[in-house]
Design a protein around this ligand. Structure first.
Ligand code: HEC
Ligand code: HEC
Length: 323
């Protein structure tokens, strides 16, 4: 997205957030069954919204259309077209531990909150994804016809009387996305000291990774949250340079998290690498064949099966959480 576009959306986000203070945990219901805390209501609401096509102009596209749980909340294509069939510009990113990222998306250091980010797919137009630009009132109208939503907005945002607008919708989406915590991959158990949690090959890969990769793919999510230029540069996408306007930032992209990387192919900002081996080669580093095989085994150990299968993150088909 362009700098101007991002700035406009950020201003909109700030205005919509309107200085509202996060819920204090006080339930809205004065009577009836155990009150749902505002925090729990917000995350449950966000989960329902994440899976709801009503967030798109023709009802056909939810966040989950592109961010599918079995791919670590990414998907299997190079890029995914929006509701108007405008082709996607970039590869869909994974969302495990997304609440920890210092900035969001491949190439925008100014996009720092999940609330601001969620405005981009809904209301952005570079490219059109969900196509809701100018449709805030329609969004509120649609969601307001659903009795469960009305109760959840009241429980989640008691201080607003359950207001439904882009501000409360994005806060709920943010609350749900912050619950997408992953720390149960074999690589995590290995990092916590269980040597036998991964194969011998993967252990060898961890050592190569520490030497050749961890300067950028650092920490528990295997990202330093910084922007790097890898050669050869993609001439069609300036990356960070598009946002800062500085040519020195052209071709710089945020190091992607490698959590669940084995199930989130294809790779790179443009989806140009279709396998983990392609992704390693695309860095232009010199990696021997045995080291490459070991690195792939180590990256496979970063798959958190319990995260991918967690029913609490799946399509919500249970009864309404708010009485
Ligand atoms: C049409 C497909 C599509 C839809 C629908 C979509 N996204 Fe995305 N999402 C993407 C792509 C592509 C990126 C990378 C964008 C970029 O770098 O410019 C992304 C990036 C993100 C990121 C940044 C992740 C990171 O690691 O920085 C978050 C968070 C996110 N999306 C949340 C959402 C939410 C919430 C919704 C629903 C309101 C949504 N997305 C709808 C395709 C989609
Ligand atoms: C100089 C920093 C740096 C180093 C060193 C580095 N990477 Fe990367 N890596 C990146 C960046 C930046 C990207 C995304 C580039 C893009 O999309 O254009 C990336 C992308 C990837 C991807 C694709 C992930 C995805 O979701 O698209 C994989 C896999 C990967 N790196 C693995 C490795 C391995 C294995 C090593 C060590 C052999 C390594 N990287 C070394 C910065 C680095």
């Amino acid at each position: 997205m362009t700098l101007r576009g991002a700035a406009a959306l950020l201003v909109a986000a700030a205005a919509l957030a309107g200085g509202v203070i996060a819920g204090s945990g006080r339930g809205a219901a004065a009577e009836g069954p155990p009150a749902l805390s505002a925090e729990a209501a917000m995350a449950a609401l966000g989960r329902r919204l994440f899976y709801d096509g009503d967030l798109s102009i023709d009802g056909s596209m939810a966040c989950s259309t592109c961010h599918g749980q079995r791919h670590g909340f990414a998907e299997g294509n190079r890029a995914h077209p929006g509701v108007t069939d405008e082709p996607g510009r970039r590869n869909v990113q994974t969302l495990a531990n997304v609440g920890r990222r210092k900035s969001l998306t491949w190439g925008d250091e100014t996009l720092r909150t999940l609330e601001a980010q969620a405005l981009v797919p809904m209301f952005g137009d570079n490219p059109v994804e969900m196509g809701m630009k100018g449709q805030e009132a329609e969004l509120a109208r649609r969601l307001g016809t659903n009795a469960c939503y009305v109760r959840l907005f009241r429980a989640a945002f008691p201080e607003t009387g359950g207001r439904i607008d882009a501000g409360t919708v994005t806060r709920a989406l943010g609350a749900f996305q912050r619950t997408l915590v992953s720390d149960d991959a074999p690589a995590d158990h290995y990092a916590r000291g269980r040597r036998d949690a991964v194969s011998d090959t993967a252990r060898a890969g961890a050592a190569v990774f520490g030497r050749d990769c961890a300067s950028c793919h650092a920490g528990p999510d295997f990202t330093d949250d910084r922007f790097h230029r890898l050669e050869p540069v993609d001439p069609r996408d300036r990356g960070l340079g598009e946002v800062t306007g500085r040519s020195a930032d052209d071709g710089r992209f945020r190091t992607p998290s490698l959590r669940n990387v084995a199930v989130s192919a294809p790779y790179f900002h443009d989806g140009s690498a279709s396998t983990l081996a392609d992704a390693i080669r695309r860095h232009g580093l010199r990696v021997s064949a045995p080291d490459e095989a070991a690195l792939i085994a180590w990256m496979e150990a970063m798959t958190d099966r319990s995260f991918i299968a967690n029913p609490g993150f799946a399509y919500p088909d249970g009864p309404c959480e708010a009485a």
